[in-house]
Design a protein around this ligand. Structure first.
Ligand SMILES: [Zn+2]
Length: 74
């Protein structure tokens, strides 16, 4: 069984949040803006459903936590 490293609760799922930030340039095309996306930053957060502490920022770590193989340090 997976355990939260912060509150020691037994957990069978994590809370997932992903933030994507798009970077690029915009220019005027007639009266509208057209954007050219240069790159996208993706930030993932996996948190404990009991105490809300963030336990992982990588999917592979989240998998390990849920398998009970990881102590939960991000
Ligand atoms: Zn917890």
């Amino acid at each position: 069984m997976a355990k939260c490293a912060s509150c020691k609760a037994e957990i069978d799922h994590l809370i997932f949040e992903e933030v994507r930030t798009y970077h690029g340039s915009v220019e005027l095309s007639g009266s509208k803006l057209t954007s050219d996306i240069d790159h996208v930053d993706v930030e993932a957060h996996y948190s404990c459903p009991e105490c809300d502490d963030e336990l992982a920022v990588e999917e592979s770590v989240a998998v390990s936590i849920l398998k009970g193989e990881h102590n939960g340090q991000a």
